[in-house]
Design a protein around this ligand. Structure first.
Ligand code: DGT
Ligand code: CA
Ligand code: CA
Length: 571
């Protein structure tokens, strides 16, 4: 399928166009990218069925975009893209991943310092040349250096959201072998860590040779690092490494416990075993050299005197002590969410109509869907003002009458201005079911001012929750500093919820923040920030994040039914 390939080119064209000025053309290119990305059918199939006319039947694709798609399918190139790239031949994809570098600044750096890629960027930043440029200064230079370091430190790690679907396919493939008696994901993927170093898979089989031989010949493998009798290590073309281990059925539970980690958790469990005069290793639990457990994981924990510990908690951050005292949390389950609380439509910067979104959410099985389009002065997100929000509310009423079996709630993702006031007037906000506030500009504020900014926003009685509270983007920016205990205190007082933004690149709040929030009795919503149909699936990542933060069902507001959810914010 070429869908993603072409989508990427449209996104890059949008950035190139923005180098000169933000315009409706860059908005159109971005939109085309999102449409292609979320298209379930193969764009080539659509094209070959009826040419550009067929392409234009896709909602949101017009003549100009259809021609470009045709050009790519026919020639493998888009001339306009090549022209744009020739004017400013930089590695735009990598450079835009650096915090603080948008299209305009990248062009400026290219023209003034010949920066074409990250290596050039690092060189000129270290030499202090960026600070001397107009409009940059020392602070920008420091930020750029920091951002390059973040990118480097995380180099070689992969987003969980990107890895999971691929790993599940590998598992399904291995499951087909009759010799596979049991199989499980292990390592950081099983613990649902935000980013993953390598993938670990564990198989139980009495015929390891068959499994290993099959594994190393699987589709998508680009390199075999090692192939032994019971283990193998390979590189997949997608870029990540994968370790496979085959054990006997009798040891599957203890091997799973060992290879799930984390290492810190393992060291602690082994110590407990020793205290109980037992030996715990990947083969089993032994008492005087006799195996007393090992076949399944629950039994392994029980045999050393512990309550079963969910993989997401295995970080040696108190889970062992809690397990001892039977005080482990009853974690929110992966099927507990009843509604999506963060969703954009074609009223702002996404591609689907409200009606289409309603149908998708209904199909997922949700009871409700909150439409939270941007309310913002930023042209690029095509933000709504108060007047358009009122109009959109009428459209939601219409859809609610038309589509049964799901309730569309009226919401907004309103910009929190630098002074903490909201971009939309109170008399409009007061008519909405759910007001999500977000910081989208002035991200470089210092800790004290940013904390005050959020506190002022939370004190607005109409604000219900704060979206992506720290503004972090994984592998790109750490997010701003907040006096979090203070934020929690006010959140509790004002009954403001904090969001876990479930987008694979955000996962903001982090696990430690979630734990602090629920300890203080602050409630949480999980939202995926829907911009196209693929986003809905990221709910799983948000739930995993909640679980890693020790959250129970009662802590997460969108596990409530429609009525209880509405009641919570309107009492
Ligand atoms: P990653 O791959 O960096 O995202 O993180 P993990 O946790 O998947 O680490 P990995 O792949 O190196 O090892 C998988 C598991 O194997 C790890 O979580 C715990 C276990 N393990 C690996 N090395 C050691 C070790 O030296 N001691 C102990 N106790 N366990 C280990
Ligand atoms: Ca691993
Ligand atoms: Ca590994």
């Amino acid at each position: 399928m070429k869908n993603l390939e072409i989508a990427k080119i449209f996104y890059l064209m949008a950035e190139f166009v923005e180098m000169d000025k933000a315009s409706f053309i860059s908005i159109a290119y971005n939109k085309a990218g999102r449409i292609l990305e979320s298209l379930e059918k193969d764009i080539e199939d659509i094209y070959y069925k009826g040419g550009t006319n067929e392409l234009k039947k896709i909602s949101g694709i017009g003549e100009g975009i259809a021609r470009k798609i045709e050009e790519y399918i026919k020639t493998g190139k888009i001339k306009r893209y090549q022209e744009l790239k020739k004017k400013c031949p930089v590695d735009l994809e990598k450079l835009t991943s650096i915090e603080g570098l948008g299209a305009k600044r990248i062009k400026f750096l290219y023209e003034n310092l010949k920066v074409k890629n990250i290596k050039d960027l690092e060189r000129v930043a270290q030499a202090g040349k960026i600070a001397e440029l107009d409009g940059f200064g020392e602070k920008s230079e420091k930020n750029i250096i920091q951002s390059i370091e973040i990118a480097k430190a995380d180099k070689g790690r992969f987003l969980l959201g990107k890895i999971l679907p691929i790993v599940r396919k590998i598992i399904d493939e291995l499951k087909k072998l009759p010799e596979t008696e049991k199989i499980s994901i292990a390592g950081s993927v099983r613990r649902m860590k935000e980013t993953v170093g390598d993938v670990d898979i564990l198989v139980a089989s009495s015929n390891p040779k068959k499994i290993i031989d099959y594994f190393v010949k699987m589709k998508g493998i680009s390199k075999i690092w090692a192939k032994g009798a019971t283990k193998s290590s390979v590189r997949f073309r997608a870029g990540f490494d994968c370790d496979l281990r085959v054990v006997e059925k009798e040891s599957f539970g203890s091997a799973l416990q060992y290879f799930t980690g984390s290492k810190e958790h393992n060291i602690a469990t082994r110590r407990i075993a020793i205290k109980n005069k037992l030996k715990l290793n990947e083969y089993g639990v032994y008492k005087d050299n006799k195996q007393i457990a090992g076949k399944n994981e629950k039994e392994v924990y029980r045999s050393i005197g512990l309550q079963y510990i969910e993989p997401e908690l295995r970080n040696n951050t108190g889970e062992i002590e809690a397990s001892f005292e039977n005080k482990l949390p009853n974690l929110i389950g992966y099927n507990d969410i009843k509604g999506e609380t963060h969703c954009h439509s074609d009223w702002s910067d996404a591609s689907f109509t409200i009606e289409k979104l309603a149908k998708i959410a209904k199909e997922i099985g949700y009871e409700y869907l909150v439409i939270t389009d941007h309310a913002s002065p930023l042209g690029i997100v095509h933000g709504l003002d108060g007047k358009r929000i009122l109009k959109q509310m009428q459209e939601i009423d219409r859809v609610n009458k038309k589509v049964s079996g799901i309730k569309i709630l009226k919401g907004t993702e309103v910009d929190i201005r630098a002074d903490g006031s909201l971009f939309i007037e109170d008399k409009v906000l007061s008519q909405l079911d759910f007001v999500l506030g977000a910081v989208h500009s002035g991200l470089k504020m210092d800790k004290e001012n940013m904390t005050e900014r959020l506190i002022k926003a939370m004190k607005n009685p109409h604000l219900d929750a704060i979206a992506h509270p720290f503004g972090r983007v994984i592998q790109k920016r750490e997010g701003y500093q907040l006096d979090f205990p203070k934020i929690l205190k006010i959140a509790k007082q004002t009954k403001t919820a904090l969001e876990i933004n479930a987008h694979e690149k955000r996962l903001d709040l982090r696990d430690v923040h979630i734990r602090q929030a629920i300890n203080e009795g602050v409630k949480i919503t999980i939202g995926t920030d829907v911009h196209n149909v693929n986003y809905f699936k990221m709910m799983e990542l948000g739930i995993a994040q909640a679980r890693r933060g020790w959250a129970e069902k009662k802590d997460i507001l969108n596990t409530l039914s429609t009525n209880d959810f509405l009641k919570y914010f309107n009492l």
